[in-house]
Write a protein that binds this ligand. Structure first.
Ligand code: ZN
Length: 196
């Protein structure tokens, strides 16, 4: 398990980065540490028990990785391809994802709550028991994915497709949806309210 130590900077609510006392926003040699971590991520098949909270990654391939019990909360991902990866028991809460791919992934017991996703794909994936509560998502596609028991409570979804998905027990309670497409999915088995 990674450390749950918070940043020592007064008033900062982020987790401290790795074994440091502060988050990456408040560590002086931040750019060097991000470069090191980027190399490490690219060269590792398994990323485990790591606290990489507040990291900013841009235009790298993280395909076919196994990411387990890793904290990426309050982070920023731009043009990152996670396709083919397994992401288990990990935290991505309050993060920003721009033009990222999660195609043919396995995502289980993972938290994306409070994050913002723009132009991202989660095609043909197994996304179960994962938490997307309160996300803001625009131009997303989850087509051909198993979304069993994943939750989108109080999320704000715009131009999102869930075509040919398994939505059994997927929880969309209090979600705000604009142009969301559930074509060929069993949306009647999803939860949209608390009347049943
Ligand atoms: Zn901090």
């Amino acid at each position: 398990m990674y450390s749950h130590k918070k940043c020592s900077e007064k008033g900062c609510l982020y987790f401290a980065y790795k074994d440091y006392d502060k988050c990456l926003e408040h560590i002086e040699n931040r750019d060097k540490l991000i470069k090191e971590a980027t190399l490490e991520l690219k060269n590792s098949d398994i990323i485990r028990n790591s606290n990489l909270s507040t990291i900013q990654l841009d235009s790298i391939e993280l395909k076919d990785k196994i990411i387990v019990v890793t904290n990426f909360s309050n982070s920023k991902f731009t043009n990152i391809d996670f396709s083919g990866s397994s992401i288990l028991f990990s935290l991505f809460q309050y993060s920003t994802f721009l033009n990222c791919k999660f195609n043919s992934t396995i995502i289980k017991y993972t938290v994306f709550a409070g994050s913002t996703f723009t132009d991202c794909e989660f095609l043909d994936s197994n996304i179960v028991n994962s938490n997307f509560n309160g996300i803001k998502g625009e131009n997303l596609s989850f087509n051909d994915s198993d979304m069993y028991y994943s939750t989108f409570i109080s999320s704000n979804l715009k131009n999102v497709t869930f075509v040919e998905c398994n939505l059994k027990k997927t929880d969309l309670y209090k979600s705000e949806r604009t142009n969301v497409n559930f074509k060929y999915s069993n949306y009647e088995e999803a939860f949209f309210n608390r009347n049943r």
